[in-house]
Design a protein around this ligand. Structure first.
Ligand code: ZN
Ligand code: ZN
Length: 122
C-alpha cells in the first residue's frame, strides 16, 4: 500500500535547522527586555562603551551584547550580597510604586516640607 501523500510531503520537509545565531538573538532579546544596566559592565561593554545589560532573573549570566555576539562575557561577578541588596531595593521600589502611585501627589508636598525642616535643623 502506497504511503499517503501527506506523509511523503512531510518526509520531504527538512528538519528545522538549529540555527544557533537565532537562538542567541532570542536570548539577547530576552535579556534586554528583562535586564537592568549594570553599574559594573563586563570587559567588552566597558571597552566599547555600550550599556552592559544583565538579566534580572539571572537565567542567563552573560550580558545582552555578549550573548548577541556569542562572546565570552567576562566580568566581575556580583557577590551574593550585592544581588540581595539589588533584589531588595527593586522589590521595595516596585511595591512602593504600586502602593503609593496615587498617594505620591499627596506625599510630595509633605516630603518637601520635611526636607526644608531638616535643612533648617542643620
Ligand atoms: Zn556587557
Ligand atoms: Zn558581556
Amino acid at each position: 500500500m502506497p504511503k499517503r501523500k501527506a506523509d511523503s510531503v512531510l518526509e520531504g520537509v527538512p528538519k528545522l535547522p538549529r540555527d544557533s545565531s537565532i537562538a542567541h538573538h532570542t536570548q539577547a532579546d530576552y535579556i534586554e527586555v528583562n535586564s537592568f544596566v549594570t553599574a559594573t559592565p563586563c570587559d567588552h561593554c566597558l571597552d566599547s562603551g555600550v550599556p552592559c545589560m544583565i538579566d534580572r532573573s539571572r537565567r542567563y549570566s552573560k550580558c545582552a551584547s555578549c550573548t548577541r555576539a556569542s562572546r565570552v562575557c567576562k566580568r566581575e561577578f556580583y557577590t551574593g550580597r550585592e544581588w540581595d541588596l539589588l533584589r531588595r531595593a527593586e522589590d521595595k521600589l516596585s511595591s512602593d510604586i504600586e502602593k503609593n502611585e496615587d498617594e505620591l501627589d499627596l506625599l510630595e508636598p509633605e516630603l518637601s516640607a520635611l526636607q526644608s525642616r531638616l535643612t533648617e535643623l542643620y
